[in-house]
Ligand binder design. Structure first.
Ligand code: FBP
Ligand code: MG
Ligand code: MG
Length: 289
């Protein structure tokens, strides 16, 4: 099953072919480098390596006008300007959850294909998705026409779910950040959810969101007392994940509105991220109002 837009298909084919290599290349790259990314976080060797690998390949695709990633400060201009031509901009979190490398737990690669120059609103996405490096490697691709889960093996994509849909009955939740750092209104909401659903939190957005897509429920990384803007990045994490969950029939929110309608100021803006079943995100927004 391929995507009908040839540029988007080239982007997803490139990422899916690279995933097996990235997975293999993690071996021996579990240490950190003496550098910080633009968000001020210590980079893993694998973060830098995966960014270079994906950057080189995605920037070479005809029709990709910009490449940007969580791991580099500046946008790479690689062709036509997406704001005035029909080129797209590709934004990537090359390794999501890379602090899980040390403990050998789940990680992902997140991508968004924007029909606008970066930084851009999430409602300009024409496709988004992720690779999940779990016991097996899977990929979810969402476009206007499909939201499909694949298993990846040696560059091959095999459909395992043709129409990913959030289960109607929520089962799991996962909330990031330290509990004493949660604002009171979020903590009160979280206490209710904890009494209703089952905790699933692994510390990689992609692993945790895929639990929600599989079982129904909610993932949240709220604004914190010490950092009201939260931890996750709008262009590389919030928008693509919001797009995927909304396409699967759920909702996304920054606490008051869909992530896809948030106006970005800067490429590396952070945002609170909440995704999941509509009823839960409605309750969250009521709790924070
Ligand atoms: O360690 P914490 O505070 O629970 O944060 C976990 C969150 O941070 C992240 O690891 C940030 O992503 P990166 O690893 O891409 O920087 C998310 O995947 C995850 O949801
Ligand atoms: Mg991430
Ligand atoms: Mg990352």
């Amino acid at each position: 099953m391929t995507v009908s837009d040839p540029v988007v298909e080239s982007v997803v084919a490139t990422i899916s072919r690279s995933a097996t290599e990235i997975r293999q290349g993690l071996i021996g790259r579990r240490g950190t480098v003496d550098e910080e990314n633009p968000s001020g976080e210590t980079q893993a060797e694998a973060d830098v390596w995966a960014d270079e690998l994906l950057g080189d390949r995605l920037a070479a695709i005809d029709g990709v006008g910009q490449y940007a990633s969580e791991e580099r400060a500046e946008i790479v201009d690689c062709g036509d300007d997406p704001s005035s031509t029909d080129a797209y901009a590709v934004a990537v979190d090359p390794l999501d959850g890379s602090s899980n490398l040390k403990s050998n737990n789940a990680m992902g690669t997140i991508f968004g294909v924007y029909d606008a120059a970066l930084p851009a609103r999430g409602d300009t996405l024409v496709a988004a998705g992720f690779v999940l490096y779990g016991p097996i490697t899977t990929m979810v691709i969402a476009t206007d026409e499909l939201i499909t889960e694949y298993e990846l093996s040696g560059g091959e994509r095999t459909v395992v779910d043709r129409d990913v849909t959030l289960p109607a009955e929520p089962v799991v939740y996962g909330f990031g950040g330290r509990v004493p750092d949660w604002p009171d209104d979020f903590r009160a909401y979280a206490r209710e959810i904890e009494s209703e659903l089952k905790l699933r939190y692994g510390g990689a957005l992609i692993g945790d969101v895929n639990q929600v897509l599989t079982y129904g429920g909610t993932f949240g990384y709220p604004g914190l007392e010490s950092r009201p803007e939260g931890k996750l990045r709008l262009q590389f994490e919030g928008n693509p994940i919001g797009y995927v969950v909304e396409r699967a029939g759920g909702r996304s929110s920054n606490g008051s509105q869909s992530l896809l309608t948030v106006e970005p100021d800067d490429l590396h803006d952070r945002t609170p991220v909440h995704v999941g079943n509509e009823e839960l995100i409605d309750r969250l927004e009521d709790a924070l109002a």
